[in-house]
Design a protein around this ligand. Structure first.
Ligand SMILES: [Zn+2]
Length: 220
Protein backbone atom coordinates (compact mmCIF):
# COMPACT_ATOMS: atom_id res chain seq x y z
CA UNK A 1 0.00 0.00 0.00
CA UNK A 2 1.21 3.49 -0.79
CA UNK A 3 -1.46 6.19 -0.92
CA UNK A 4 -3.52 4.67 1.90
CA UNK A 5 -0.75 5.29 4.44
CA UNK A 6 -0.67 8.98 3.54
CA UNK A 7 -4.47 9.01 3.79
CA UNK A 8 -4.26 7.77 7.39
CA UNK A 9 -1.78 10.57 8.18
CA UNK A 10 -4.09 13.18 6.69
CA UNK A 11 -7.19 11.80 8.43
CA UNK A 12 -5.47 11.70 11.84
CA UNK A 13 -5.33 15.48 11.92
CA UNK A 14 -9.13 15.46 12.15
CA UNK A 15 -9.07 13.16 15.19
CA UNK A 16 -6.44 15.17 17.07
CA UNK A 17 -5.48 18.46 15.39
CA UNK A 18 -2.78 19.37 17.89
CA UNK A 19 0.01 17.33 16.25
CA UNK A 20 1.48 18.32 12.89
CA UNK A 21 0.55 16.57 9.66
CA UNK A 22 4.30 15.93 9.41
CA UNK A 23 4.31 13.86 12.61
CA UNK A 24 1.21 11.95 11.50
CA UNK A 25 2.76 11.24 8.11
CA UNK A 26 6.00 10.14 9.78
CA UNK A 27 3.97 7.71 11.90
CA UNK A 28 1.69 6.33 9.19
CA UNK A 29 4.53 5.75 6.71
CA UNK A 30 7.10 4.84 9.38
CA UNK A 31 7.58 1.17 8.46
CA UNK A 32 8.19 2.12 4.82
CA UNK A 33 10.68 4.78 5.94
CA UNK A 34 12.67 2.17 7.87
CA UNK A 35 12.49 -0.37 5.07
CA UNK A 36 14.90 1.28 2.57
CA UNK A 37 17.34 1.96 5.41
CA UNK A 38 17.28 -1.73 6.34
CA UNK A 39 17.64 -2.72 2.67
CA UNK A 40 20.68 -0.49 2.18
CA UNK A 41 22.32 -1.75 5.38
CA UNK A 42 21.73 -5.36 4.29
CA UNK A 43 19.45 -6.16 7.22
CA UNK A 44 16.49 -6.86 4.92
CA UNK A 45 16.13 -8.04 1.34
CA UNK A 46 13.74 -7.74 -1.57
CA UNK A 47 13.71 -9.24 -5.04
CA UNK A 48 12.52 -7.57 -8.24
CA UNK A 49 10.06 -10.13 -9.51
CA UNK A 50 7.55 -8.93 -12.15
CA UNK A 51 4.14 -10.51 -11.64
CA UNK A 52 4.64 -11.28 -7.95
CA UNK A 53 1.16 -9.83 -7.56
CA UNK A 54 -0.80 -7.91 -10.19
CA UNK A 55 0.08 -4.65 -8.45
CA UNK A 56 3.70 -5.02 -7.42
CA UNK A 57 6.76 -6.40 -9.19
CA UNK A 58 8.46 -6.95 -5.84
CA UNK A 59 8.96 -10.09 -3.83
CA UNK A 60 9.12 -8.97 -0.19
CA UNK A 61 10.71 -12.17 0.99
CA UNK A 62 12.78 -10.80 3.87
CA UNK A 63 11.63 -7.76 5.85
CA UNK A 64 11.00 -8.93 9.41
CA UNK A 65 12.51 -5.88 11.15
CA UNK A 66 10.41 -3.25 9.37
CA UNK A 67 7.26 -5.23 8.60
CA UNK A 68 6.68 -8.18 10.95
CA UNK A 69 3.62 -8.06 13.18
CA UNK A 70 5.74 -8.18 16.33
CA UNK A 71 8.15 -5.46 15.22
CA UNK A 72 5.27 -3.28 14.03
CA UNK A 73 3.89 -3.40 17.56
CA UNK A 74 7.35 -2.57 18.92
CA UNK A 75 7.76 0.39 16.53
CA UNK A 76 4.24 1.63 17.41
CA UNK A 77 5.00 1.54 21.14
CA UNK A 78 8.39 3.19 20.65
CA UNK A 79 6.95 5.92 18.45
CA UNK A 80 4.07 6.71 20.80
CA UNK A 81 6.37 6.37 23.84
CA UNK A 82 9.04 8.73 22.53
CA UNK A 83 6.39 11.26 21.52
CA UNK A 84 4.94 11.05 25.03
CA UNK A 85 8.37 11.63 26.61
CA UNK A 86 8.86 14.73 24.48
CA UNK A 87 5.36 16.23 24.46
CA UNK A 88 3.68 14.67 27.53
CA UNK A 89 0.43 14.37 25.62
CA UNK A 90 -1.19 11.01 26.20
CA UNK A 91 -3.99 11.22 23.63
CA UNK A 92 -1.74 12.30 20.76
CA UNK A 93 0.85 9.67 21.69
CA UNK A 94 -1.76 6.91 21.55
CA UNK A 95 -3.09 8.13 18.20
CA UNK A 96 0.44 8.26 16.80
CA UNK A 97 1.14 4.73 18.02
CA UNK A 98 -2.06 3.57 16.33
CA UNK A 99 -1.03 5.40 13.16
CA UNK A 100 2.23 3.44 13.07
CA UNK A 101 0.35 0.19 13.61
CA UNK A 102 -2.27 1.06 10.97
CA UNK A 103 0.53 0.63 8.45
CA UNK A 104 0.75 -3.07 9.21
CA UNK A 105 -3.03 -3.51 8.99
CA UNK A 106 -3.21 -1.78 5.59
CA UNK A 107 -0.21 -3.75 4.30
CA UNK A 108 -1.87 -6.93 5.63
CA UNK A 109 -4.89 -6.19 3.43
CA UNK A 110 -2.94 -5.64 0.20
CA UNK A 111 0.19 -7.81 0.44
CA UNK A 112 0.13 -11.48 -0.44
CA UNK A 113 1.00 -13.60 2.60
CA UNK A 114 4.55 -12.26 3.00
CA UNK A 115 4.28 -10.24 6.23
CA UNK A 116 6.11 -12.23 8.91
CA UNK A 117 4.88 -12.80 12.44
CA UNK A 118 8.26 -11.94 13.96
CA UNK A 119 11.94 -12.05 13.01
CA UNK A 120 12.99 -15.69 12.68
CA UNK A 121 9.44 -17.07 12.68
CA UNK A 122 8.23 -18.50 9.37
CA UNK A 123 4.56 -17.60 9.71
CA UNK A 124 3.29 -15.10 7.20
CA UNK A 125 0.18 -12.97 6.77
CA UNK A 126 -1.47 -11.08 3.93
CA UNK A 127 -4.86 -11.02 2.25
CA UNK A 128 -3.48 -10.29 -1.22
CA UNK A 129 -5.76 -7.49 -2.39
CA UNK A 130 -2.87 -6.55 -4.71
CA UNK A 131 -4.05 -9.36 -6.96
CA UNK A 132 -6.97 -7.19 -8.00
CA UNK A 133 -6.25 -3.85 -9.65
CA UNK A 134 -9.81 -2.42 -9.33
CA UNK A 135 -10.19 -3.47 -5.68
CA UNK A 136 -6.78 -2.04 -4.78
CA UNK A 137 -7.50 1.24 -6.54
CA UNK A 138 -10.84 1.60 -4.77
CA UNK A 139 -9.34 0.98 -1.33
CA UNK A 140 -6.21 3.15 -1.83
CA UNK A 141 -8.09 6.07 -3.36
CA UNK A 142 -10.91 5.89 -0.84
CA UNK A 143 -8.52 6.13 2.11
CA UNK A 144 -6.26 8.72 0.49
CA UNK A 145 -8.94 11.06 -0.85
CA UNK A 146 -11.02 10.58 2.30
CA UNK A 147 -7.99 11.56 4.39
CA UNK A 148 -7.29 14.60 2.20
CA UNK A 149 -10.94 15.66 2.54
CA UNK A 150 -10.81 15.38 6.34
CA UNK A 151 -7.56 17.34 6.50
CA UNK A 152 -9.10 20.06 4.30
CA UNK A 153 -12.13 20.20 6.57
CA UNK A 154 -9.96 20.47 9.69
CA UNK A 155 -7.49 23.12 8.57
CA UNK A 156 -7.42 26.20 6.39
CA UNK A 157 -4.58 27.92 4.60
CA UNK A 158 -2.82 30.75 6.45
CA UNK A 159 -1.25 31.99 3.23
CA UNK A 160 -0.78 30.97 -0.40
CA UNK A 161 1.79 28.33 0.50
CA UNK A 162 -0.80 26.66 2.72
CA UNK A 163 -2.89 25.96 -0.36
CA UNK A 164 -0.27 25.21 -3.00
CA UNK A 165 1.79 22.97 -0.75
CA UNK A 166 -1.21 20.80 0.13
CA UNK A 167 -2.49 20.44 -3.42
CA UNK A 168 1.03 19.78 -4.68
CA UNK A 169 1.45 17.05 -2.06
CA UNK A 170 -1.83 15.35 -3.00
CA UNK A 171 -1.29 15.60 -6.76
CA UNK A 172 2.34 14.50 -6.68
CA UNK A 173 1.51 11.43 -4.58
CA UNK A 174 -1.30 10.55 -7.00
CA UNK A 175 1.08 11.02 -9.95
CA UNK A 176 3.79 8.84 -8.38
CA UNK A 177 1.23 6.15 -7.64
CA UNK A 178 -0.13 6.23 -11.20
CA UNK A 179 3.39 6.15 -12.63
CA UNK A 180 4.39 3.16 -10.52
CA UNK A 181 1.24 1.33 -11.56
CA UNK A 182 1.02 2.11 -15.23
CA UNK A 183 4.47 3.05 -16.54
CA UNK A 184 5.58 -0.58 -16.67
CA UNK A 185 9.19 0.31 -15.87
CA UNK A 186 11.06 -1.70 -13.27
CA UNK A 187 13.73 -0.39 -10.91
CA UNK A 188 17.11 -1.43 -12.41
CA UNK A 189 18.23 -3.04 -9.15
CA UNK A 190 17.32 -3.23 -5.47
CA UNK A 191 19.73 -0.42 -4.50
CA UNK A 192 18.03 1.97 -6.91
CA UNK A 193 14.70 0.82 -5.49
CA UNK A 194 15.87 1.48 -1.93
CA UNK A 195 17.18 4.95 -2.80
CA UNK A 196 13.90 5.91 -4.47
CA UNK A 197 11.99 4.55 -1.45
CA UNK A 198 14.12 6.83 0.75
CA UNK A 199 12.46 9.69 -1.14
CA UNK A 200 9.41 9.13 1.06
CA UNK A 201 11.28 10.98 3.82
CA UNK A 202 10.86 14.10 1.66
CA UNK A 203 7.10 13.76 1.90
CA UNK A 204 7.38 13.80 5.69
CA UNK A 205 9.31 17.08 5.54
CA UNK A 206 6.78 18.35 3.00
CA UNK A 207 3.90 17.48 5.33
CA UNK A 208 5.51 19.52 8.16
CA UNK A 209 5.84 22.42 5.71
CA UNK A 210 2.15 22.20 4.71
CA UNK A 211 1.03 22.10 8.34
CA UNK A 212 3.11 25.20 9.22
CA UNK A 213 1.16 27.15 6.61
CA UNK A 214 -2.30 26.06 7.70
CA UNK A 215 -4.32 26.68 10.84
CA UNK A 216 -6.97 24.60 12.57
CA UNK A 217 -10.53 25.64 11.75
CA UNK A 218 -12.31 26.48 14.96
CA UNK A 219 -15.83 25.24 14.32
CA UNK A 220 -17.27 25.98 17.75
ZN1 LIG B 1 4.75 -1.07 4.17
Amino acid sequence: MFLGHYGVGLASKKIEPRASLGTYTLAAVFLDLLWPVFLLTGLEHVKIDPGNTVLTPLNFYDYPYSHSLLMSIVWSLLFGGIYYLIKKNKKTSIILGLCVFSHWILDFIVHRADLPLAPGIETFFGLGLWNSLPATLIVELFIFLGGAYLYLRTTKAKDKIGNFSLWGFVLLLLAIYAMNLFSGTLPPNTNALAFSALGQWLFVAWAYWIDKHRIIIDDK
